[in-house]
Design a protein around this ligand. Structure first.
Ligand code: PEP
Ligand code: MN
Length: 359
């Protein structure tokens, strides 16, 4: 996937970059006042406001549609902040392009549907408009990757992934469970793809925004997309999670910024020597896994000769119980060790099944 760095199309005047603005565009005054206050308080790279709001249930505020697009354009022209809005179908794309909106985002509900994503990707093909793609509602990483690929195939290079959490059955303090391993895996698979965290839709409550932002910074996200409204308590959508621009300034100034490298030479040297130790331990682990697999195969041959099945349920139960108990003694997480050994055991089973099948 060919992806342009954020700095190619966005003023990256802060690290992480900040995208902010209300959940929805509600009136010209609300939009302009919020943008002005944001500009006065923080370094903002992109202003957001939803014009078409995909609400889970009908009856709540669904956005004002096309009338709000010229207000967004005013923000860009008068305050010099590029603007973005959500699109969910080719008609939205057509209107957003007509009103010269600078960037578009695809919402979580839309990313869930490959048909809808494809229609939007085909509608923007031939333009070089930046596209921000929120993760889908369910924690299926491939659905998110698939959406990014559809835009990539439409030759869109200014792509950004936005992590906004998932509807899961996991009991969480948050409105949408973060499942941080998904954006981490995405970053490992596509190191050049900018990833932005949307703490507002993860948290669902303004008191939790700061801690989610900090987590995103600790994980080296490229930016934050935060809902901000000049009068959050009167917001027509997502009011509990919106913060006013002054509060946003406080949240951002309380963040502990971290970088990938430190100018402290002693720290870098210590890090290098500790990493050498980790490398050494990992090679020993690999050597041990190799020796373990040799024995697994010997057992596989013996089982074949004696017509015994590769899987003995009592053995795996015993093994996991013992390893978890040992992990506990060592102060390691039992769940972590159980997961590793389940994986090791299933690879053993695979190898023994192949031995059985080869007679
Ligand atoms: C939004 O950004 O206001 C929004 C509707 O987000 P999501 O698609 O992440 O729910
Ligand atoms: Mn919202």
């Amino acid at each position: 996937m060919e992806v342009a760095p954020l700095s190619v199309w966005l003023k990256t005047n802060s690290s992480p970059i900040i995208i902010a603005g209300p959940c929805s565009a509600e009136s010209e005054n609300q939009l302009i006042s919020t943008a002005q206050q944001l500009k006065e308080n923080i370094k903002i790279s992109l202003f957001r406001a939803g014009v078409w709001k995909p609400r889970t249930r009908p009856g709540s505020f669904e956005g004002l549609g096309e009338v709000a697009l010229p207000w967004l354009k005013r923000v860009r022209n008068e305050l010099g902040i590029p603007v973005c809005t959500e699109v969910a179908n080719p008609y939205h794309v057509e209107l957003a392009l007509k009103h010269e909106i600078d960037a578009l985002w695809v919402g979580a509900r839309t990313t869930t549907s490959p048909f809808a994503v494809q229609e939007i990707a085909s509608a923007v093909a031939g333009t070089d408009i930046p596209i921000l793609i929120k993760n889908p509602i369910s924690s299926d990483l491939n659905l998110w990757i698939g959406a990014l690929e559809r835009f990539s195939k439409a030759k869109i290079k200014k792509l950004v992934a936005v992590h906004r959490g998932y509807s899961t059955s996991i009991d969480s303090r948050y409105r949408n469970s973060p499942v941080w391993k998904n954006p981490i895996e995405l970053k490992i698979m596509f190191p050049n793809l900018p990833i932005i965290c949307d703490p507002s839709h993860i948290a669902g409550d303004r008191s939790l925004i700061g801690e989610v932002c900090q987590k995103a910074i600790d994980l080296n996200f490229d930016g934050l997309m935060i809902e901000s409204h000049f009068e959050p308590d009167s917001a027509l959508s997502d009011k509990k999670q919106q913060v006013d621009p002054k509060t946003l300034k406080v949240i951002l100034s309380n963040l502990l910024l971290k970088t990938e490298h430190s100018p402290n030479k002693n720290f870098e040297l210590e890090l290098e020597s500790l990493r050498e130790k980790i490398d050494q331990i990992d090679y020993e682990l690999l050597g041990n896994l190799k020796m373990r697999m040799e024995i697994v195969k010997q057992i596989g041959h013996a089982k074949r000769e004696n017509q015994v099945t590769p899987l003995q349920k009592s053995r795996i139960e015993y093994l996991l119980r013992q390893r978890a108990a040992k992990a506990k003694d060592l102060g390691l997480s039992e769940e972590y060790i159980r997961e590793i050994f389940s994986y090791i055991h299933s690879e053993s089973l695979k190898s023994q099944t192949e031995i059985m099948d080869n007679n």
